[in-house]
Design a protein around this ligand. Structure first.
Ligand code: ADP
Ligand code: MG
Ligand code: ZN
Length: 555
């Protein structure tokens, strides 16, 4: 490790390893197949580059993106390390040349796209040269359960493990849920003790979810207030990128657009302007970002809902790589949920994968509705231990003054209704039944005849739906998909406890400290609940039909 430290100082000019880097490097140098999980910007490159400098021969690095490879190789050249890459951006002659030079032992690191490993020319490298180390960067691409599955990653994994001279395998990723970790470890033969995950928490980032009516206006105001700061605004479609870019340009903001529908030239121009601080804000689809190492990004705003938390954390994580305080804001609108659902439905994926994608989308929605610390909510999703609330996310910040209100009765009404509807309907239908809606379909289905029909008619349908969403986000409800991929609400064990009267549900009223005291829907709901509570306290008992007495509850 002493030599590794010397290399860190000599080549990179850094005084010491960051948390996690040391363990991963030590494990690789000892000869173990190793998995390192570190947040974006955590310093994964050094984890394999330093061992590569220490091992004899060439080290192979599998990387999913052409731009990523070029950046890495350029970076290594600047440090004086001989390295090269092979991918489809090169001519056959260039590829031949680079393979020849590799065979002559001219490089310490060779970056390749996963498909290339299948070619015979490549096997020659493995047969001729000592390849001690094969690194799989962005290793989550190997797993079907990851957010960016690539079949070629999977076949490549098999090929590497079948090599006669077994190289050490180093796998690195920023985002891996427990199931993805397990998948990577199994496919690459990594034992549990050689998996290192650094804290996923990024202490310099403050997260916010905002339910803005006018998102354009929000961006305009935000940019006006944060003039001189660098940031990224992610939109989910090219059209939206172009429209927002035009809107802001017309109002005098120097922004650039970036998406896959632009020519290579236009895109590199936009990227350059951004890299060299000629413009402050880039409006982009998720095509922008991987491999961009701009350290002073002060904010990342998501104009639309990303399709899952993996993508969200990766994109938001491009803020604050330099360790300075930075903001990650997600603008939520229900419309975006439908867009993402539509994209999944029409993605051409098989039914199982579709269901999986939809459940990830549900987790993304839960993030937008939770009342928990947002940073904790994210790291909990990735299977990390939750810590103290961060104190600066929008949920933590708004909680300056708390007022608690008991909503056990509402929860019981909702749960018993779901139960009476045999857990076969989605939350919007459930809300309609509770409201006592005269919708034609409800009547056709005979839902107006169940005992819970209309028992919450003192609320608006929207309020009931909001309460359902909150109960979902807090884990009382779960959404399952039917064989036809229709979402239906199910009760969890916690909800059953509530129905049995063994658990109470409460809701905190949050007083917005730093936001203008506008009457938002959540506050209205709270007032409404308070009024009802007052009325109820003057009556005696809750009507007995609300609590569901059923043998299924007495397990
Ligand atoms: P990742 O691949 O995990 O997203 P990178 O390997 O690109 O992250 O590193 C992110 C940034 O952190 C780079 O600018 C890199 O130079 C810097 N960095 C990495 N390790 C250290 C270290 N030990 N000390 C200081 N800076 C570091
Ligand atoms: Mg990286
Ligand atoms: Zn928080």
């Amino acid at each position: 490790m002493k030599q590794a430290e010397e290399l860190l100082q000599r080549y990179y000019g850094f005084p010491s390893f960051r948390s996690g880097q040391r363990q991963v490097i030590e494990s690789i140098l000892t000869g173990y197949n190793t998995l390192g999980i570190m947040p974006t910007g955590g310093g994964k490159s050094i984890c394999y580059q330093i061992p590569a400098l220490m091992f004899p021969g060439v080290s192979v690095v599998v990387s999913p993106l052409i731009s990523l490879m070029k950046d890495q190789v350029d970076g290594l050249h600047q440090l004086g390390v001989p390295a090269t890459y092979i991918n489809s951006s090169l001519t056959l002659r260039e590829i031949d040349q680079r393979i020849r030079k590799t065979l002559e032992g001219k490089y310490k690191l060779l970056y390749i796209a996963p498909e290339r490993l299948e070619s015979d020319r490549f096997h020659a490298i493995f047969e001729t040269l000592p390849v001690y180390l094969v690194t799989i960067d962005e290793a989550h691409c190997i797993s079907q359960w990851g957010h960016d599955f690539r079949p070629s990653y999977r076949s490549m994994a098999q090929m590497i493990r079948q090599l006669p001279r077994k190289p050490i395998i180093a796998a690195l990723t920023a985002t891996a849920t427990p199931e993805v970790r397990e998948d990577i470890a199994t496919l690459l033969g990594i034992s549990g003790k050689n998996i290192y995950a650094t804290k996923l928490q990024r202490e310099n980032l403050s997260f916010a979810v905002r339910h803005e009516e006018n998102k354009r206006e929000f961006i305009q105001n935000y940019l006006a207030v944060h003039q001189g700061q660098t940031g990224i605004v992610y939109c989910s479609t090219r059209k939206e990128v172009d429209q927002l870019h035009q809107f802001l340009t017309a109002r005098g903001f120097a922004t650039a657009a970036y998406h896959a529908g632009m020519s290579d030239e236009e895109r590199s121009r936009a990227q350059e302007k951004f890299s060299y601080d000629q413009i402050q804000t880039i409006i982009a689809t998720n095509a922008f970002g991987m491999g961009i190492d701009k350290s002073n990004v002060r904010f990342v705003i998501h104009y639309n809902l990303p399709k899952n938390l993996e993508s969200y954390y990766q994109e938001a994580g491009r803020a604050g790589r330099d360790g300075e305080e930075s903001e990650c804001i997600l603008l939520f609108s229900p419309q975006d949920v439908y867009t993402q659902k539509f994209l999944i439905e029409n993605s051409g994926l098989g039914p199982e994968r579709k269901r999986h994608e939809l459940s990830k989308l549900q987790a993304m929605q839960n993030y937008c509705h939770t009342e928990q610390c947002l940073q904790n909510s994210i790291i909990g999703y990735f299977g990390d231990h939750e810590t103290n609330p961060c104190g600066k996310c929008s949920n933590c910040r708004r909680l300056t003054e708390e007022e608690e209100i008991d909503i056990t009765i509402e929860a019981q009404k909702i749960f018993s209704c779901i139960k009476r509807m045999k857990e076969k309907f989605g939350l919007s239908t459930v809300s309609k039944v509770l409201k006592g809606s005269r919708s034609k379909r409800l009547l056709e289905w005979g839902l107006d005849r169940i005992p819970t029909y209309g028992i919450m008619n003192e609320h608006t349908e929207k309020e009931i739906y909001q309460l359902c969403q909150m109960l979902l986000a807090e884990g009382y409800l779960a959404i399952k998909l039917t064989d036809q991929s229709l979402p239906v609400a199910k009760l969890t064990a916690r909800a059953v406890e509530v129905l049995k009267g063994e658990r109470r549900v409460s809701r905190l009223r949050k007083i917005h400290k730093d936001l203008p005291a506008q009457s938002d829907a959540q506050n209205d709901l709270f007032e409404q609940l308070k009024a009802i509570r007052l009325k109820l306290s003057q009556q005696e008992q809750i009507p007995p039909y609300i609590i569901f007495h059923d043998s299924t509850l007495k397990e």
